[in-house]
Write a protein that binds this ligand. Structure first.
Ligand code: HEM
Length: 304
């Protein structure tokens, strides 16, 4: 097994620049079990994983009330600024579901616009299995979305405060010049499913978690607030930052799609990197590093 040298992460105590984190553990050989995830990182992670599930499904329920996205201030029949529209129409072959993206129309019968059993089709944007509640109920969808939305905001605030105090944000999330330099090689390693189990995140992990935590989460919260009439009265400038209510709604939707894509790749990477070790670190805090990972007295380390 290859043991290419990789410089230790910033903030890793006494590790000298010559120390190496091998690409993966040699068969039967175990590296140190280190305390990698603080209680705040673990708790907030699982709260927002559950919260995002409810936000996604209740959000799709709300979106189904008007299944189209626009750019600009206006929306409605007299304007031609829709970039996405989902609906159903009568055709010579009978009713069909369609999705139009930037003027390109696709037949999405069975999934978008028209779904459910053929004898009793449901003419909705997203199908009933992807919404909360599963039937059309905008009011309940909004109650769930706003309630869970505030839990999500509070969780992110707790994560930010804790990560500033325990330096998780600086040590594990903010990319340093060395991370940027190592990024192409780490990307290449990930593409070949060759993982380094170090004390901190690899440059690609740092980048993806930075994008999620520092860019996507705040953007989806701010665009959500920009759509709220109460916030428009309190902070009228917020809606202007995002180019109007319709553009804010479109950005909110695009960030949702990016988070769903992140989730798919994230879970695939957890499975590929060794799900038991990865999950243990996000449940108990302890993570088995690769053999040869340099010792660091700032870690709470387990001997086994
Ligand atoms: C919407 C769902 C999810 C989101 C947005 C998400 C996001 C994240 C983020 C941002 C981190 C870094 C946290 C930090 O260091 O402060 C992280 C770490 C982690 N997540 Fe998730 N996650 C989600 C779901 C899951 C699921 C379902 C699993 C398990 C299958 C999982 C397993 C892990 C593990 C093991 C880590 C530890 C970091 C690592 O070693 O790569 N996550 N996740």
């Amino acid at each position: 097994m290859s043991s290419e040298a990789v410089a230790p992460e910033a903030g890793q105590g006494t590790a000298s620049p010559g120390d190496a984190v091998p690409i993966a553990s040699r068969r039967g050989e175990k590296g140190p079990l280190v305390y990698r995830q603080s209680i705040f990182t673990r708790l907030t992670h699982w709260v927002w994983a559950v919260a995002l599930f409810f936000l996604l499904l209740s959000g799709l329920q709300i979106w189904n009330a008007h299944p189209a996205l626009y750019i600009g201030q206006e929306s409605g029949f007299e304007y031609d600024n829709a970039i996405l529209r989902i609906g159903a129409e009568n055709t010579p072959e009978g009713p069909r579901g369609f999705t139009t993206v930037f003027g390109h129309k696709f037949d999405t019968t069975g999934l978008l616009g028209m779904s459910g059993p053929p004898e009793r089709p449901n003419y909705v944007g997203f199908p009933s299995w992807s919404t909360i509640p599963s039937f059309r109920d905008l009011a309940t969808g909004r109650v769930v979305h706003f309630f869970v939305g505030w839990i999500f905001v509070a969780t992110l605030a707790v994560w930010l405060l804790a990560s500033l105090v325990n330096r998780h944000l600086w040590r594990d999330i903010i990319l340093k010049p060395r991370d940027l330099r190592d990024l192409p090689r780490d990307l290449w390693d990930h593409l070949r499913l060759r993982f380094r189990h170090g004390r901190s995140y690899s440059p690609l992990q740092k980048l993806s978690y930075f994008v999620v935590l520092v860019i996507l989460f705040p953007t989806i919260i701010l665009t959500g607030l920009a759509m709220s009439p109460g916030m428009n009265a309190a902070w009228p400038w917020l809606i202007d930052i995002f180019g109007g209510r319709q553009t804010a709604r479109t950005i909110h939707f695009i960030v949702m799609v990016l988070l769903v894509l992140f989730f798919v790749v994230h879970v695939a990477m957890v499975v590929a990197a060794g799900p038991l070790n990865e999950l243990r670190s996000m449940i108990t805090g302890y993570y088995r590093t690769s053999p040869g990972t340099p010792p660091d007295p700032t870690d709470r380390e387990k001997a086994t």
